[in-house]
Design a protein around this ligand. Structure first.
Ligand code: CO
Length: 141
């Protein structure tokens, strides 16, 4: 793993949260993107070298809706940047971490992603993410 790529925060109302985080960080979000399969709408902020991802549920069955129902708004995951997500998934699987998918999935902001169950990481949902290289958009699903 090379760095913390972003911090994910679950919010009820993305428009309001976008305004609030723009006031907080002094920059506007640079993109809004839906990931239908995950039932989320995301927005991204960049401040210095750091990225914040806000996540709003796009349907009532969304994992984000369930998360907020249970625990309220707040920190949802920490994402680590990796250079080779497939190799990193194999390594972590061997180490006994509970990966939430067998293959990388297409996430927001042009990334291959894989989540690690919080039960195997001291209660924090972790995300691995790798920038999708140009021309490799179809490498995984
Ligand atoms: Co994320």
């Amino acid at each position: 793993m090379t760095h913390i790529e972003h911090i994910g925060i679950a919010v009820r109302d993305l428009d309001k949260a976008n305004e609030l985080y723009a006031a907080l960080l002094g920059v506007k979000h640079y993109k809004v993107e839906s990931v239908e399969r995950e039932g989320v709408t995301t927005s991204f902020f960049k401040t210095g070298p750091n990225k914040i991802e806000l996540l709003e549920a796009s349907n009532p069955d969304s994992p984000i809706a369930k998360f907020i129902e249970k625990r309220g708004e707040g920190m949802h995951h920490v994402a680590f940047g990796v250079e080779d997500i497939h190799a990193e998934m194999q390594r972590l699987d061997k180490e006994g971490f509970r990966l939430l998918s067998k293959t990388p999935k297409k996430g927001a902001d042009n990334k291959w992603v894989c989540f690690i169950h919080p039960k195997s990481t001291n209660g924090v949902l972790l995300e691995l993410c790798q920038e999708i290289p140009e021309g490799e958009e179809d490498r995984y699903q």
